[in-house]
Design a binder for this molecule. Structure first.
Ligand code: FES
Length: 79
């Protein structure tokens, strides 16, 4: 599905950007041009970003040994 029509950005592009390290809408704008034109895609892009981050974090946690995980991941994300 297209998320940003102005820049032909799809959900797959956002998932790929998250795999490359994007964690904010600002990163998506920098990397993909999302919201850089009309801005109508902001809400959908944000929702896709959250979904992609949740999926990415759940798969990375599953493949990370328990001893290598931070003890307080939510606190670390806020810093
Ligand atoms: S739809 Fe994304 S900038 Fe217009």
């Amino acid at each position: 599905m297209y998320v940003c029509v102005c820049n032909a950005v799809t959900e797959r592009h956002i998932v790929a950007a998250v795999r490359e390290g994007a964690t904010t809408l600002r990163h998506l704008r920098r990397d993909l041009g999302v919201t850089a034109e009309c801005g109508r895609c902001a809400r959908c892009a944000h929702d896709c970003l959250r979904s992609a981050l949740a999926e990415h974090n759940s798969t990375s946690e599953a493949s990370t040994p328990m001893f290598a995980r931070p003890m307080f991941p939510l606190a670390l994300e806020a810093v």
